[in-house]
Design a protein. Structure first.
Lengths: 248, 252
């Protein structure tokens, strides 16, 4: 089993070496980059947005129900919701959601190209298929994913505000004061960094699994499932490591 | 010309190709024939560099494939056209974009020039009015034709076809065969066709190599194949009623 893991890790880094070769033509790379930005990032906005709105609302209710002590200022509820969103939800939880959506999209797309010999056809033309297919996906996901994190944060706070306004679980001015209190810009950077790292892992591991898919449509399904499982575990593991390194 | 010398290939201890020696001439349709699982596709994949042989040599002209670096192989591949068994057209691209795809990478032509060349190639394979269709909107025969148009887009010196007739009706098969043969002669390409279709073999087989259990047992042409003394080849041929009737007719 360990041998298999070592071989997979080695193959993954050799694959990355192929991916990060200089593109044959930058014009084609940018065209693909825009396509992938649309396919991977823009198409995720709705999913991320809806989830963030609801989670923001739920966080307000949960935090309020846990802070009923009259000594504690209600503005701390807004503050804690904001910190929870920035530190964990908007990067890690959104990345786990994207591991399913983006990861399966990439693995199945590249996997089906592999089993229908489309990747062989590219290789036969003398084109670096890994570079052409994967580099735009990885760069688009890595560079643009912090925008999803920021959108998730904004919508999460709006979701919380909506619950506060409609239920008056806490006074709305306290919530507004709370989400503006003790602002630390480094946390935003930390969250954006995590999001970029996670999306790099999602896109590259899913592409690696798809690129090495074998055995027809079952193989494509297997590569898709494998990429989701692997990235989910690695996201949680690297979350722990990055948090330890950056916050403590 | 392509020269194969003492080529061997095995998978998990099973030898799939055994000491293959063969030469493929320019301007000819060179056929690799044999039963399913005989090693045809492995030989073809070794020829085009999608697999590496365990031992032996493949020479393109006077250049040895094993001694080429990545860049040299990339350059060589620009002079190779491949028609895959399932056509391998890119799902994300339309017909015209598929044919223009290699041009996008390897030429500095303007869009108008690329379109002109793509239309020329599509006309050569009798595909017109399908520029904006996606591969899944085309029939199997049309897909093969577009695959051939893409393969010849950069005017290749070498054309490889892996079972070009699979899944096609006999009439379309003959059309595809003739197309491959005509293009080979017109552009003086070295064409290697991997098939087990007897109609194709008898229609366009300028040079034929028969593989059985990984060994090249017989080499000849469409004119000599029906007179062969090779038992394995005779058994292979006689599995086809048409060919069996011709052979028996010749005997009688």
């Amino acid at each position: 089993m360990f041998k298999k893991i070592f071989i997979s890790v080695g193959s993954y880094f050799l694959f990355l070496k192929m991916v990060f070769k200089r593109p044959e033509k930058w014009k084609i790379f940018w065209r693909q980059f825009i396509n992938e930005a649309d396919k991977l990032i823009l198409s995720s906005i709705l999913l991320v947005g809806v989830i963030s709105l609801f989670i923001g609302g739920v966080l307000v209710i949960q935090t309020a129900s846990n802070l009923e002590n009259p000594i504690i200022d209600k503005m701390y509820i807004g503050y804690m919701v904001r910190e929870s969103l920035i530190l964990e939800f908007c990067s890690t939880m959104v990345a786990l959601i994207l591991a399913g959506k983006m990861g399966s999209n990439i693995a199945s797309e590249i996997g089906s190209m592999r089993i229908t010999e489309q990747i062989d056809a590219m290789d036969m033309m003398g084109i670096n298929s890994a570079g052409f297919l994967v580099l735009p996906k990885v760069t688009a996901a890595t560079i643009l994913s912090p925008l999803l994190m920021l959108l998730s944060l904004a919508l999460g706070l709006i979701g919380g505000w909506f619950v506060v306004e409609t239920t008056h679980i806490i006074p709305p001015p306290s919530y507004i004061t709370g989400i503006k209190a003790f602002y630390n810009g480094f946390y935003i950077f930390y969250s954006c960094f995590k999001m970029s790292l996670f999306c790099f892992m999602i896109s590259s591991i899913a592409a690696f699994n798809g690129y090495n898919a074998k055995g027809g449509s079952l193989g494509v399904g297997r590569s898709s499932t494998q990429s989701i499982v692997t990235t989910s575990i690695l996201i949680l593991l690297s979350d722990l490591i990055v948090t330890q390194l950056m916050l403590y | 010309m392509i020269k194969v010398e003492n080529l061997n290939k095995s998978f998990d201890g099973v030898q799939v190709l055994k000491n293959i020696n063969v030469e493929y001439e320019a301007g000819q349709c060179n056929m690799i024939i044999g039963a399913s699982g005989s090693g045809k596709t492995v030989l073809l994949k070794n020829l085009i560099g999608l697999m590496e042989p365990d031992s032996g040599e493949i020479c393109y002209g006077d250049r040895r494939f094993s001694q080429m670096g990545y860049k040299e192989k990339s350059l060589l591949r620009q002079s190779i056209g491949v028609l895959f068994q399932g056509s391998a057209l890119f799902d994300f691209a339309t017909v015209i974009e598929n044919v223009m795809f290699p041009m996008d990478f390897f030429t500095d032509w303007s869009d108008a020039q690329k379109k002109e060349r793509a239309h020329y190639c599509l006309e050569k394979v009798n595909v017109t009015g399908a520029d904006d269709k996606y591969p899944n909107e085309l029939s199997g025969g049309m897909q093969k034709r577009v695959g051939i148009a893409r393969a010849i887009a950069l005017n290749p010196k070498y054309l490889f076809c892996d079972e070009p007739n699979s899944g096609l009706d006999p009439y379309t098969s003959i059309l595809i065969d003739r197309l491959i043969s005509d293009l080979t002669k017109e552009f003086n390409m070295t064409t290697v066709v991997n098939t087990h279709d007897m109609n194709s073999i008898l229609e366009i087989g300028d040079k034929i190599g028969f593989i059985s259990n990984g060994s090249m047992l017989w080499q000849g042409s469409k004119d000599t194949i029906l007179k062969t003394d090779c038992t394995e080849l005779r058994n292979f041929i006689c599995a086809n009623t048409l060919a069996r009737n011709i052979i028996e007719g010749n005997r009688n």
